[in-house]
Design a protein around this ligand. Sequence first.
Ligand SMILES: [Zn+2]
Length: 74
Amino acid sequence: MNASSRQAANEVARFRTLAGRMRNDSLKYTRVIRSGIAGHLIQCSACGQAGSGGFKFQSDATDAARTHANRCLA
Ligand SMILES: [Zn+2]
């Protein structure tokens, strides 16, 4: 069990951002978080976009997160 396992409990998807892939930086990623109240939220570690969405369906949130990650150059 590592230190990050608890923090990642509600994480359902994670995509390395475009900048993260170019620089091989695993700390730049966009992730989908399951939230009981808001549905699914998107958080981007690179550009700080957080709380975007409130997607009802995980598939919608996952698509949006992937789209953002593919464009994010932060
Ligand atoms: Zn971003």
